[in-house]
Ligand binder design. Structure first.
Ligand code: ADP
Ligand code: GLC
Length: 496
């Protein structure tokens, strides 16, 4: 029998409580699956102002806890909530840091200047929770720059607690484009050791780099797809950290995310107008009609819709799309349904298109989960023109909804979408390589012509796509192996 582990999961976001992107999906689903597998999982995350009080209500009363940040003692409240057998969340209630309008930035998209303090505090609070409650941990699992500090605290502080000291540290990099780089001025408050402010650990061009420090202290580092793991070992994709990752050698691996099919499956999706299955896809037609109505598109059953759901960020390739989308709707019989928010220039541009191309381009600027489900179900294609994509979840959801992905062959997009073969109709989507407007234009042209001219291929691909499964069971099993590896690495290291 597999050994049951005690796992501390420290995360800045998790569904259903707070979400800005895919990290929240992962932090919601992975702990759940691990708990189902019999591990004992403790999740620590902030109690943000945006989390409705009733969501965290529980029978267990909140308690207060002190947390030392450098030489400063802070007091916070902690709300425990048992979610299911083997899975308890602890919400860190510290209004000074977490009762704000956004998770990381204000409404004008300006990052909070004290972000390093806020998330180092969260990380340290997770450590103090174990100490205060005498929780035994075998694994501390941190995510991205936000909770990287947890691994530094784990490894360098003397935990007057019989258990925490023996835990191995695992870091998951969901996106290396965000490293938590800040001026040196908050270093004392963060409470890292003086000697760790050097080029191998936290120091980066004179400032602090939280992710870099996390990589250093982790026993095992992973990112969220095998291809992205390879890409980030090169300077083109590493945002400056390729040498740091290369040093980890076989302590750096890729594990593909799973998806939560209880949330994302047209067979049981309560948020779509009509359910459908791979055997009976007729409900998808209703979903398409509803989507056309919702986005003021011409209600033509035989005109393909390309869906987009995205953070509007440079990473997602939307500037390249902006250079070619108008030519696409002028030259091809195709419609767009676009949902996203973020970068103000992109919001303004995509928000202005429906007026200019009414009936052909619909857009909704904002964050809307129900609409996201409606697009997955109602569209015929799903576009992700990312410059880089660590894993990407929407293309995987799209497969299950029979909404064929059109993607740039990078990172997790390349790992999850199988290229269309015109000779026999095999494959699950359309991939291109060059990050250029031309490549987007041509690949959309290829997809649209397949829809019109080779409908039997389109349908065959739809069926293949809907049958693919990227469940968390498989991914969680890989994390279980990774946890064991991390423990072995730590044990070996401790002996030296
Ligand atoms: P990333 O984490 O880089 O944003 P992913 O593809 O991993 O990319 O995950 C994005 C997640 O956020 C998906 O679950 C997607 O449906 C959701 N999402 C992104 N933008 C929006 C939006 N405007 N409205 C609703 N959901 C969104
Ligand atoms: C990041 C990445 C995305 C990935 C998600 C969850 O936000 O940009 O590709 O799917 O994390 O791991």
């Amino acid at each position: 029998m597999k050994e049951k582990l005690n796992i501390l999961f420290v995360t800045p976001e998790s569904v259903p409580f707070a979400k800005t992107g895919g990290l929240a999906d992962v932090a919601g689903a992975l702990p759940k699956t691990l708990a189902q597998n019999g591990h004992n999982v403790t999740v620590v995350m902030p109690y943000y102002a945006s989390i409705p009080a009733e969501l965290i209500k529980s029978e267990e009363p909140p308690f207060s806890m002190n947390v030392w940040m450098g030489n400063q003692e802070e007091w916070c409240l902690v709300h425990p909530k048992k979610i299911r057998k083997n899975l308890t969340y602890y919400f860190i209630d510290f209004q000074k840091y977490f009762f704000r309008e956004g998770l990381y930035h204000n409404a004008a998209m300006q990052d909070y200047l004290d972000n390093p303090k806020r998330f180092a505090f969260l990380s340290q609070a997770a450590m103090y929770l174990c100490k205060t409650k005498q929780l035994k941990m075998d694994i501390v699992h941190a995510h991205d720059w936000q909770t990287s500090p947890a691994l530094a605290y784990l490894k360098t502080h003397h935990w007057n607690c019989p258990y925490l000291g023996s835990a191995a540290g695992v870091l998951t990099i969901h996106n290396i484009g965000y490293q938590g780089k800040y001026p040196h001025e908050s270093y004392d408050y963060l409470g890292f050791r003086e000697i760790d402010f050097n080029e191998h650990v936290f120091e980066d061009f004179g400032g602090i780099n939280l992710l870099k420090g996390g990589i250093h202290f982790a026993d095992l580092v992973n990112t969220v797809s095998p291809s992205y793991a390879n890409e980030t070992l090169t300077s083109t994709y590493s945002h400056g950290l390729d040498h740091v990752l290369q040093k980890k050698e076989d302590q750096y691996i890729g594990i593909l995310n799973g998806v939560d099919y209880t949330e994302w499956d047209p067979e049981n999706d309560k948020l779509i107008p009509q359910k459908y299955t791979v055997k009976n896809k007729s409900g998808k037609k209703t979903c398409k009609r509803t989507l056309q109505k919702r986005f003021d598109l011409y209600e033509e059953g035989n005109m393909p819709i390309i869906g987009i759901i995205s953070r509007m960020a440079e990473q997602k390739g939307l500037y390249l799309l902006a250079d070619t989308i108008e030519a696409i709707v002028k030259n091809m019989r195709v419609q767009f349904a676009i949902l996203g928010s973020g970068d103000k220039n992109l919001e303004n541009y995509f928000g202005s298109l429906p007026k200019k191309y009414s009936g052909l381009i619909g857009s909704h600027i904002g964050y809307n989960n129900k609409l996201a489900h409606g697009i997955e179900a109602g569209a015929d294609f799903f576009l992700m023109p990312s410059l880089y994509e660590p894993c990407g979840l929407n293309q995987i959801y799209s497969l299950r909804y029979g909404t064929l992905p059109i993607v740039r062959a990078t990172g997790g997009l390349d790992d999850t979408v199988q290229q269309y073969d015109e000779a026999n109709g095999e494959g699950t989507g359309f991939k291109y390589y060059d990050a250029t407007p031309r490549a987007i234009y041509d690949t959309i042209g290829w997809a649209v012509s397949t829809y019109y001219d080779r409908p039997e291929h389109y349908q065959k691909m739809q069926t293949s796509a809907m049958k693919k499964s990227f469940s968390w069971d498989e991914s969680a099993a890989k994390y279980e192996q990774a946890y064991q590896r991390a423990r072995e690495i730590k044990a070996k290291h401790d002996k030296q």
